[in-house]
Design a protein around this ligand. Structure first.
Ligand code: DGJ
Length: 689
């Protein structure tokens, strides 16, 4: 809901539990008024007439209070907008008008030929913000154009939560006091990166289920930056957007425009858990395509066969996968070109004639005949120098004239900003998806940008921004042309997870780390922002071959992976009959609880910190509890789990044991889970009766 004051200078957006208000002063300064619990328009108007504090000349009263601080004038904060023409730098804007369109508010400002429009849209309690810049004046350089600046209320002792990591260890939650100065996270690698998810949360004293939490998440899959500043008067602002540096995002010629990605903000007073549930609901309702459809159980061949694949051996795996109840069989890397190792073939998206003499169709049809969907792996944005594509078009890669072309994993990055590269990829992928009954594409990206240059193009070069737009364009076009095909975003595991790519993909590959214990920490972090519906998790072989050689039971591996979108990635040809039979039981059990996991509300009951950890999902009358015991010490009994969101006056039947529990008892005294030893785990289903 949008309300506007009579004088047309105060705007109030209201969601189910929160409000957001801004005000334009008589001097056309756009000030932030409120972000927090619901307020009335009269409250916003009262805030609007509170005078700004007076400062000595070394501080600016605008700092920490503006909605979108531009460069220049009486400001010392990091500008959200930094613009340079041939003659001058900075922005001096005047207000033009506001427009409202359903639930979207647009505030339009002008500085000579440049129009800057701030967009606001309320989605539940999530405020989506972005900016459009339209240049009708002389050419200019956009040095920086953030999507939004978020202002927090005056409080003491802010804490900052972030999700950090690296390859094989993504999305790990870190929480620490904020101090004066700036904390900057981001990626200057051309993709979202394993190092940080583009999200921050700030609180002062929240717990898992109580207290105020402010969160901000950026929807952009290229380089990005979020800066959290605690200013000299302790006020806190968060500014973020595309690109890492302030040294040139784009050149805007006369008549050109740029739209920033969305930077979404959420206030919740339900603690970290309440904030996560609101983010999950928002993504299921507004971001992730077809989120009302549950994702199938998949098998992926990567850990089982790596590059050494053949039609016959994949058919054998497919038979085993079908027998344990898998619904989608995905052939990973190695099916195309001369791709028998990571040294060759990327770029040539036609089946390897030695491995698939009649193309992918016979295998796809065989998989379908087994009752499963068929999927394949691609990495379209890359090329091996040893490929037909590179031999034909060495100029199609990002490079700098006369400089070395840095290789990682023997591959170079294609310059997707080029129309001819986009057209080539569209044709190759469209033909591929038309050549066989393919239902699923795992879209990978296995190295960062290094020599991102485009010889002959003026600086600042568009290639950083246009690469992301081209990626989005390709995904959108392929989805429209092949509406039955689902897509997974992968980047060497979780290197491309953000709200931008999630708007075009059905799930993400969370991490190449499939060790079920490490995964609990990764999943704990991931769940702060993203829902289980998007979080792919595989059961692989034990000991874990990829990362740490840790041995774990099939039970522990399944219960870990079942907390997300379940997949199997082990070498099923080496699993015993007993293991296959047990796997079949777990897959059957997962299908029964899947709607609750993928569409339910998540409650993190205990974080994975060494002993017992647990999560609960609840949907309607159904509740599922996952509990994992890393290690039992001194024979101590494992604590009971106090469940959330149950009706204290109702009874709940445990579908495992038939026992009936009182809601009030489960909430106050807890559910006993009976785990013991090391790496034990269980799934408990409860139904309200
Ligand atoms: C990295 C991915 O994360 C893996 O799952 C696998 O697809 C390999 N790439 C294949 O090269």
């Amino acid at each position: 809901m949008l309300e506007i004051s009579d004088n047309g200078r105060t705007w109030l957006l209201t969601g189910p539990t929160s409000s957001y208000a801004v005000h334009l002063t008589d001097a056309d300064e756009l000030l932030h008024l409120h972000w927090g619990p619901r307020i009335a328009l009269a409250d916003a108007e009262a805030l609007a007439v509170r005078p700004l504090p007076e400062y000595w000349p070394f501080e600016s009263p605008l700092d920490g209070r503006e909605e979108y601080p531009v460069e220049g004038g009486p400001r010392f904060v990091r500008p959200a907008l930094s613009v340079r023409t041939e003659e001058r730098r900075g922005t001096e804007w005047g207000f033009e008008r506001y427009e409202s369109d359903g639930d979207e508010l647009r505030l339009r400002f002008r500085d000579d030929g440049l129009t800057v429009t701030l967009h606001y849209r309320m989605r539940g309690d999530v405020v989506e913000r972005w900016v459009t810049l339209d240049n009708q004046g002389p050419a200019l350089e956009l040095l920086r154009a953030d999507s939004a600046t978020w202002t927090l209320p005056d409080r003491e002792d802010w804490r900052l939560s972030q999700l950090h990591g690296r390859w094989g260890a993504e999305s790990r939650l870190a929480r620490a006091p904020l101090t004066y100065g700036e904390k900057v996270i981001g990626s200057r690698r051309g993709h979202t990166g394993h190092q940080h998810l583009p999200w921050v949360a700030l609180d002062t004293d929240a717990t898992e289920e109580r207290g105020e939490v402010y969160g901000c998440a950026l929807g952009w899959s290229g380089s990005w930056r979020i800066a959290v500043a605690q200013l000299p008067d302790a006020r806190v602002q968060i500014t973020g957007g595309a690109g890492y540096d302030d040294s040139g995002l784009l050149r805007l010629a006369p008549g050109e425009s740029f739209t920033t990605p969305v930077f979404a903000g959420l206030w919740s007073d339900g603690g970290f858990g309440g904030a996560s549930r609101a983010w999950h609901a928002y993504q299921r309702a507004y971001v992730i395509p077809n989120a009302d459809q549950d994702r199938p159980v998949l098998f992926n061949s990567w850990e089982a066969t790596e590059f050494d694949i053949s039609e016959e051996q994949q058919s054998l795996l497919a038979r085993r996968a079908a027998a344990i109840g898998v619904e989608l069989f995905v052939v990973d890397d190695g099916w195309f070109g001369t791709r028998t190792s990571d040294r060759a073939g990327l770029g040539d998206w036609t089946p390897n004639p030695d491995r698939f003499p009649s193309g992918l169709k016979p295998l796809a049809e065989y998989v379908h005949a087994l009752g499963m969907q068929f999927g394949i792996w691609v990495e379209p944005e890359m090329v091996n120098p040893d490929s037909e594509l590179y031999r034909a078009h060495p100029d199609w890669v990002q490079h700098q004239t006369g400089r070395k072309r840095t290789e990682f994993r023997n591959q170079l990055v294609l310059n997707l900003a080029r129309d001819d590269v986009q057209e080539y990829l569209w044709k190759q992928l469209d033909e591929l998806l038309s050549s066989a009954p393919i239902d699923y594409v795992k879209w990978d990206f296995n190295r960062c940008f290094t020599d991102a240059g485009w010889p002959g193009e003026p600086y600042p070069q568009r290639l950083w921004v246009d690469h992301v737009h081209a990626l989005y364009g390709l995904l959108d076009r392929l989805r429209a042309a092949h509406p039955g095909v689902a897509f997974e975003s992968c980047s060497g595991g979780g290197g491309r997870i953000d709200l931008g790519v999630l708007g075009r993909t059905d799930q993400v590959w969370t991490s190449d780390n499939t060790d079920p214990l490490d995964r609990l920490a990764i999943q704990h972090g991931f769940s702060q922002l993203h829902p289980a519906r998007a979080m792919a998790a595989w059961v692989t072989d034990s000991p874990n071959a990829m990362l740490n050689h840790r041995a774990s039971s099939l039970r522990f591996r399944f219960v870990s992976a079942m907390a997300g979108v379940l997949g199997v990635g082990g070498d099923l040809t080496r699993w015993t009959e007993e293991e296959l039979a047990e796997a079949r039981e777990w897959v059957t059990r997962y299908k029964e609880i899947r709607p609750v996991v993928q569409r339910g509300d998540l409650y993190r009951l205990r974080a994975p910190r060494g002993g017992l950890s647990a999560v609960q999902y609840t949907l309607g009358d159904e509740t599922v509890v996952f509990a994992w015991l890393q290690a039992q010490s001194f024979g101590e009994p494992v604590p009971a789990l106090r469940l959330r969101a149950l009706d204290p006056t109702a009874s709940y039947e445990c579908l495992e044991t038939g026992e009936v529990h009182r809601g009030a008892v489960l909430a106050h005294h807890g559910l006993r889970v009976g785990l013991r030893g090391d790496l034990d785990a269980t799934v408990i289903r409860l139904r309200r009766i």
